[in-house]
Design a protein around this ligand. Structure first.
Ligand SMILES: [Zn+2]
Length: 416
């Protein structure tokens, strides 16, 4: 199966400088390519990968700096641009700014690379034009073949991500056949499971949060282009990176635990993009040019809470690890899962007494609100599986013909 391996790189001085140059060339190719695509679109025409790659090859004769960097990285940049424009639309794709964009480029031809273990701590990989690149080898790569390598700078450090074929086959069935769990992702508690566990972790301490706020303030005051501003930005990036790494760690570990123990994991569909949209401004009709309070601050802080829990990241981690354990991940619509009693199926908005407490208005059962929701999610997921086994061939999109009790919207269920 394909897997990613990421290591911290230790460049020589020349290599670090060269890597920056490759990054700058890729950025320039990206921006020029995007400009050209936008010009074409404005005239009602289309530009795509092939002619752009052709023009790139011709431009190399005029610009020696383009010739100096690995050609495959530049072509790969054009391919990435092509895909970005297809997926998101030419005018939604962003420019790569020298300051905001962290250099990142890919060497697509794994068969042209060589791997070598140097000693207990270090290994090296041979990349086109860069030569032997030393990295901290924190895990064995024995018996794995490289497909591609991506170099990325994060703050002052460079990392190499190797896409490898690890030689293992996908499992045909899960070790604990028949086991299943429902998962409710929340703001107060990151992950609640149908067996009553509440899994969460703090990603920043109060001290770190205060420091981030202080640095943000400093950054706003620092003069543009000053050395101080660069320094403050680097310090802020470091604080944010720590938070990001902890979240990544939490998502990966939680996903691993759940996938190891369960053959089926049911999640609710969360339209994270819609949920985190900004509050719309409300124009004051009696006072032209003025605006009424629209709850923007409250909405922003809810958005921050949603994004900071890493819901999407957790889902990605779960999908990734499920390939190894043979776990099936199913998503079900989120509607009413927090308002329905998981025992008597009664739906009432008022049953949810508070953020944490669910007290059924029909059978007066009391439970943690997130656990109750997770149980409902599991029930819906099991219904999907039962329905699929009864009617449709495996893997296809399943539409429930019979509406389950308490569901007013009808379900379109899609196993992933
Ligand atoms: Zn009830």
């Amino acid at each position: 199966m394909l897997a990613g391996r990421r290591f911290r790189v230790e460049f020589t001085e020349e290599q670090a400088e060269f890597a920056e140059r490759i990054g700058a060339a890729c950025r320039s190719v990206w921006n020029t390519g995007l400009q050209q695509r936008r010009d074409y679109r404005r005239r009602g025409a289309w530009m795509n990968y092939r002619p752009q790659a052709h023009e790139l090859a011709e431009a190399k004769d005029e610009h020696p700096w383009l010739k100096a960097v690995p050609g495959h990285c530049l072509q790969q940049t054009l391919m990435d641009l092509d895909r970005a424009c297809r997926n998101h639309g030419t005018f939604r794709v962003r420019w790569r700014s020298a300051r905001r964009w962290a250099p990142s480029f890919r060497f697509p031809e794994g068969n042209k690379m060589a791997l070598q273990r140097l000693n207990r701590r270090y290994g090296r990989v041979k990349l086109p034009k860069l030569g032997w690149v030393k990295f901290r080898q924190t895990r064995s790569l024995d018996g794995e073949t490289i497909r591609s390598a991506t170099l990325t700078r994060e703050g002052p450090h460079w990392y190499v991500s190797l896409l490898v074929e690890d030689g293992t086959a996908a499992p045909t069935e899960h070790a604990a056949l028949g086991s299943a769990v429902g998962v409710d992702r929340g703001v107060a508690v990151a992950v609640a499971t149908s067996d009553g566990r509440l899994i969460d972790r703090k990603f920043t301490s109060a001290v770190e949060q205060a420091r981030a706020v202080g640095l943000q303030r400093k950054l706003a005051r620092a003069a543009k282009g000053s050395a101080n501003r660069t320094k403050v930005r680097a310090a802020l990036a470091k604080v944010r990176a720590r938070e990001r790494h902890r979240r990544q760690d939490f998502c990966a570990k939680t996903a691993r635990q759940l996938a190891n123990a369960n053959a089926l994991v049911v999640l609710e569909q969360l339209p994270v993009k819609n949920m985190t949209r900004r509050a719309q401004p409300i124009v004051d009709v009696h006072n032209p040019g003025r605006f009424l309070p629209n709850g923007a601050a409250a909405k922003s802080s809810l958005n921050r809470a949603i994004l900071s829990k890493g819901w999407h990241q957790f889902e990605q981690a779960l999908k990734s690890v499920s390939r190894y354990t043979g776990t099936e991940v199913v998503k079900v619509p989120a509607a009413f899962t927090s308002q329905r009693c998981s025992t008597c199926q009664h739906v009432n908005r008022k049953s949810r007494e508070s953020q944490a407490v669910f007290r059924c208005s029909a059978c007066s059962r009391v439970e943690h609100a997130d656990t109750n929701a997770a149980k409902n999610i599991l029930t819906a997921g099991l219904a999907v599986i039962a329905c699929r086994e009864a009617t449709a061939p495996p893997g296809g999109v399943v539409t429930l013909t019979q509406e389950p009790a308490g569901n007013r919207e009808g379900l379109l269920l899609q196993p992933m």
